[in-house]
Design a protein. Structure first.
Length: 213
């Protein structure tokens, strides 16, 4: 069985050394590289990309929340485990949405650390139950605030669902038994309401805000 190759990006030597000591007794997990800032991380991954990256949120230069979408695009097989005591849900939510595979507090115990690494390496998401509950509550708050702000009507949602399925305006009109002009008016009003300039922006915002969830 091949070992799980990991790297750590954190600017605190105590954290780096602590994790190294934690993993000494687990030969199936191999620590290959450590980084103390975002720039050195980006440079190092070009030469040696691990299976799992433990990534701090707050680092000198590029922060973890800035790095996640860049890393996910450049290294789609890399599994990113957020490692931080900075537990504000907005940051965790955004990093998970952008492709991180899990979140772990820096003061976690040895067994939990290993379990988290193994979990994300297997392709699953890792969140402790208390964090998952807080995150779920945070997402519900976002959804409520979003739906209250934009207040989409049932017909607007019908049209958006068909747009996401790449229906053309004539196809939407036929599907919903309304006129082409009505569809065009709805699309214009939706773009205005969601503060976007075109269809691409409209679809992107609908997905980002989860307006049809």
């Amino acid at each position: 069985m091949e070992p799980v190759r990991i790297a750590i990006a954190d600017d605190h030597p105590v954290v780096l050394n602590g994790i190294k000591d934690m993993l000494l007794h687990y030969p199936h997990i191999r620590l290959e590289d450590t980084y103390t800032d975002g720039d050195s991380l980006l440079g190092g991954l070009k030469h040696n990309c691990p299976d799992v990256l433990l990534l701090d949120i707050q680092m000198p230069g590029k922060s973890g929340d800035e790095l996640v979408p860049v890393l996910v695009r450049s290294y789609p097989k890399l599994r990113i485990l957020i490692l931080s005591n900075f537990n504000q849900m907005i940051y965790i939510h955004n990093m998970l949405r952008n492709g991180a595979a899990g979140y772990l507090s820096k003061n976690t115990d040895q067994k939990t650390m290993v379990h988290a690494i193994e979990t994300v390496h297997s392709g699953k998401q890792y969140l402790k139950p208390d964090v998952e509950q807080k995150l779920d509550e945070f997402r519900k708050q976002i959804k409520w605030k979003t739906s209250t702000k934009y207040g989409l009507t049932p017909r607007e949602k019908d049209i958006l669902r068909l747009m996401l399925k790449e229906y053309s305006n004539p196809e939407i009109a036929e599907e919903l038994c309304i006129s082409l002009r009505t569809v065009e008016n709805y699309r214009f009003n939706l773009a205005t309401k969601l503060e976007v300039k075109n269809t691409i922006g409209l679809v992107k915002k609908v997905i980002e805000l989860g307006l049809l969830d």
